[in-house]
Structures are given as C-alpha cells and as structure tokens.
Write a protein that binds this ligand. Structure first.
Ligand SMILES: Nc1nc2c(ncn2[C@@H]2O[C@H](COP(=O)(O)OP(=O)(O)OP(=O)(O)O)[C@@H](O)[C@H]2O)c(=O)[nH]1
Ligand SMILES: [Mg+2]
Length: 304
C-alpha cells in the first residue's frame, strides 16, 4: 500500500517539481519498491521502460510512477528520453537512479541538497567515499580503472565516474544530451561538465550487489572503454590525436636512432626498421594535423 505521507507529498507537488528518472529494463523484481521509496523524496517518478519482456511497466505504474515506453535503445537513449520528459514537465531538479535495487532511495536527499542550495549542477553519488558496500573486489578494480581513464580523458576528476546515482540541476538538465549508446553515458556526463563549465560535487552513497551478474563484465568494461575513446575523439580531438601523434613520432624517432646507430657500427642499413620509423613519423604528423583541424572546427562550431 502507498504510504499516506507519500501521497500527501505528491499532492503538494510544487509547479517546478523534483523528478526521479529511472531507466528500467526487465526489473520486475525491484522496480515497485524502488519507485515507492523514491516517491518519499521526489514529486514525480518517471520510469523509462524500453521493451521489457516482464511486468516492469505495469508494476512501476501500480507503484505510482509515470512510465515512458519506447523501443529498446539502450540505457543512454532511455536517459535522453527520461531527461527530455523531465524538462518538458518543468523539473526544478532531477535524480537519476537505477531500477535494480542497487541504489538506496534513502540517499536521494543527500544528492539533492547541493543542487537545492545552488552549490552544484551535477551531484554524483560516489561508492568510494567511505560508506560500507558489498561491491565485489574485482568490480571495484574495474570501476577504478574506468574512472581513472574517464578522469584523464575528460579532464574532470571524480572518485566514481561510473555511478548511475546522480542529481542534476535545471541548468544541467537543459545541457545534457547524450550521443553515447549504452553504458558510457555516465562518462559522457563528465565530458559535458567540462564543455559547459558545469560545477560537479560528489556525496557518499551505499550500494547493494546481492544479485548475480547480468552480463559479461569484460564485454561491459570494453563497451564503456570504447565509448570513452569515442568521447575523447568527439570532445577533445587535439588531446586524442595530438597525444597519438606525439607517441607515434617518438617511437618513430627511437627506431630511426637505432637504424642510424646500427648503420654507424656495421655499415648496414636496416631498411625494414627505417621504413617503419618513417611511416610512424608521417602518421604522427598527420594525426597532429588532424587534431588541430578537428579542434579548430569544433571551436568554430561551438562559437556559432
Ligand atoms: N530503459 C532501459 N533501461 C536499461 C537498459 N539497460 C539497462 N537499463 C537500466 O539501467 C540501470 C542500470 O543498468 P544495469 O544493467 O544494472 O547496469 P550496472 O548497474 O552498471 O550493472 P550491474 O552492476 O551488473 O547491475 C538498471 O535500472 C537497468 O534496468 C536499457 O536498454 N533500457
Ligand atoms: Mg545495476
């Protein structure tokens, strides 16, 4: 049964509501309790269900959520539509949380607080700020690796770049539109923070990993990794192509030096190595020029 104070909270919803957006795909075991608990802290809950084959949508609605149904397009597409719907409903702030029970809705006020006092545009619930959790150790290693890569690539440091439990200000809501497909969407937010000069903060959250694995963790990690590389090319081409070019040139020069020293010692030319060295230097120069051109185009487009 829906708690009376929950209904009262919804009835008193202000004209600019706080909205929770929950992407959910085949989450019938958890979605109703996540929605009910979230409703204690927000004015409206939007569940984005794209083609679940179970009772996710029905249960979410029965628990008091508005359900957006769409063809399956992955988590990023679900979030894009959920955030657009929240914006259309004039949201003052949005909380993103997962529908699989890993996030604790009781943490929602802690995420919203910095937004409500105007201290941040994006608040990330970090699993690595001291609160206890039963995250398996190997997952922690993977999460730290992806966080380190996202931090270096985006230039925005966070302790947990992969957490899906987040709160967004109205300003962030208007600027977050993801081009990622699937699970690199959290990393993309970090690139967008930098692009739009948004302020980020982290607060501690607890998480629960009691369920068995849903997908191959290596395939999942690889998908996020390729997503991050794509984002670097899109958002920081000078960094991406420039660094690649410099590395290629340095390797080419090292090989070239070894060709010269071999020639000086034995008077014999290592033709194969020399060709590789020259090719690497040419590729390096091209990469740097590509980075400069893409960077210039990007700067020109963002000025318009
Ligand atoms: N609408 C929608 N939701 C999705 C899709 N894929 C994942 N989700 C939801 O996004 C949330 C996070 O997805 P998970 O599969 O739990 O990803 P994760 O938490 O990184 O991985 P685990 O640690 O294995 O749980 C959950 O609520 C999922 O139901 C999708 O294609 N469409
Ligand atoms: Mg999950």
């Amino acid at each position: 049964m829906v708690q009376p104070e929950t209904l009262q909270h919804a009835a008193n919803a202000p004209s600019a509501p706080i909205i929770a957006v929950i992407p959910a795909f085949n989450e019938e075991r958890f979605i109703a309790s996540v929605v009910l608990k979230a409703r204690r802290y927000v004015d409206h809950v939007l569940v984005v269900d794209d083609g679940s084959q179970d009772e996710t949508a029905w249960l979410a609605e029965a628990a008091g959520a508005e359900v957006i149904r769409q063809p399956n397009g992955g988590k990023a597409a679900a979030l894009n539509n959920g955030l657009a719907a929240a914006q259309a409903r004039n949201a003052a702030a949005v909380v993103l949380l997962d529908g699989d029970g890993q996030h604790n809705p009781n943490d929602i006020p802690r995420l919203l607080e910095p937004i409500q006092r105007g201290a941040a545009d994006l608040v990330v619930g970090s699993r690595f700020m001291g609160l206890p959790s039963n995250t398996p150790r190997w997952r922690i290693v993977g999460q730290h690796a992806l966080t380190a890569l996202t931090n270096v690539a985006s230039g925005v440091p966070l302790s947990d770049s992969q957490s899906g439990f987040r709160a967004l200000s109205r300003r962030a809501l208007s600027l977050m539109n993801f081009t990622s497909r699937g699970f690199s969407v959290e990393s993309e937010m970090q690139f967008l923070l930098r692009q739009h000069n948004l302020q980020a903060l982290e607060v501690p959250i607890s998480v629960h990993y009691d369920e068995k694995l849903k997908r191959n963790p290596f395939a999942h990690g690889l998908q996020v990794l390729t997503g991050i590389l794509r984002l670097v090319g899109q958002h920081r081409p000078l960094f991406f192509f420039g660094a690649t070019g410099v590395i290629a040139i340095l390797i080419g020069l090292a090989l070239g030096a070894s060709v010269i020293s071999t020639y000086n010692m034995y008077s014999s030319l290592a033709l194969g190595t020399a060709l590789i060295a020259i090719t690497l230097c040419i590729i390096g120069v091209f990469a740097i020029f590509t980075g400069i051109i893409l960077h210039t185009i990007r700067a020109y487009m963002s000025e318009r």
